[in-house]
Design a protein around this ligand. Sequence first.
Ligand code: HEC
Length: 109
Amino acid sequence: MRLTGLAAIAAALLLLSGCGSSGSGSSGTALQGPKETITLYKSHCLSCHGADLKGRMGPETDIHDAGSRLAPERIAEQIGSGGSLMPPFKDKLTPEQIDSLTQWLKDKK
Ligand code: HEC
């Protein structure tokens, strides 16, 4: 039965990633950009900010229009130092990686 469980998880993951790349409506384009940046987002940010960037932990985690609300410096600072609930990433990501996420997010308007 363990195998069945694993297969179910694998299928669910496949479904999830399928959703991420096709999506529905306008949010389908949310995860487009440089491949490495998207990979970073998926492994470090998606769990809280969602595949459509609209947030999984309430309106505060909606970053689909971060670029129209936040200056790039502010985005970089949030990623590096975190917030009240968001963990800091300056020890997990290189400055270049934080910069690539910042550049990507600042165009989300
Ligand atoms: C553990 C959950 C969690 C993870 C992981 C996470 N965040 Fe956040 N993020 C939050 C929360 C919660 C907020 C709202 C403010 C706060 O508590 O810091 C937030 C806020 C933000 C904001 C500011 C939004 C605004 O409108 O002010 C940005 C930008 C952001 N996150 C980007 C990222 C990026 C990029 C990553 C991946 C490197 C990431 N977050 C990973 C939970 C998370």
